[in-house]
Design a protein. Sequence first.
Lengths: 142, 142
Amino acid sequence: MRNAKEIFEEYISKKKLKFTSQRNIILDTFLKEEGHISTEELYEKVAQKSPSIGIATVYRTLKLLTECGLAYERQFGDGQSRYEHSHEHIHHDHLICTGCGKIVEFENADIEKLQNEMAKKKKFKVYAHKLELYGLCHDCIK
Amino acid sequence: MRNAKEIFEEYISKKKLKFTSQRNIILDTFLKEEGHISTEELYEKVAQKSPSIGIATVYRTLKLLTECGLAYERQFGDGQSRYEHSHEHIHHDHLICTGCGKIVEFENADIEKLQNEMAKKKKFKVYAHKLELYGLCHDCIK
DNA sequence: GTGTTTGCAAATGCTTTGCATCCCT
DNA sequence: AGGGATGCAAAGCATTTGCAAACAC
């Protein structure tokens, strides 16, 4: 299985783009991150290693990572996009606690199967999906 | 079954807010609308009836309608929030064509059942969910 | 009357873009 | 060498907010 950097380099060269040190650092930092990171948060982590990198470059690189399928973009309704890596992860969905903001991931093959059946019925070819359940977690119910 | 205006008036009085002509017009306009309307689009429709209403009031009223459960807020990734009415509609999800932007609604009780089971397993009490399938519609596959 | 709401404009927050310079290839 | 990439600041959007005047109750 190709690793993330190989996928990125392949995408870069196929599009006749350039593999710069900034893109390398941003990719590494992104891959080390678990969970759902915002551009701002990623920028702060990147700036620790390389303070001269501008946030615009982080935005531009995150867009590239999304295009080549290494990152998933998600909007949880807090006014900014959040990203997570798709590589090395099986597909999963999210339970979001509206009390404390906690995000729990889950994965359910039966739901996916039903989704695909539904898409077929509506004559869609589905490439991606988002499923988010909003509610209160165990701690916040009290 | 209470109609939308009753629900809104009830919410307004419970919160000791005021039922103004602007809120009335915005609610009426919103209810006449089918599908997924953005704040800007709703503002334009409202302005046809009552040009003096400002867009800030539309934003504020839409927030109220969301709070009292009459509107659902959705983000389809085009950079703005879109709203649809929840009243008089059974719950449904969306198929979104990334080719032409078409949005098809569907409803599937089996998926909802699985979602609730999953929430229970993770000890969540779920109040809302969003399910969106992204892909190409029949016309765009060609 | 009094506290909320409104319209306006200014402010905010996230994201994108123009441009001169820099740097892969 | 040459075209894409970068950092910066400015621009762009959608959305929110401060405030004085207007209004609902």
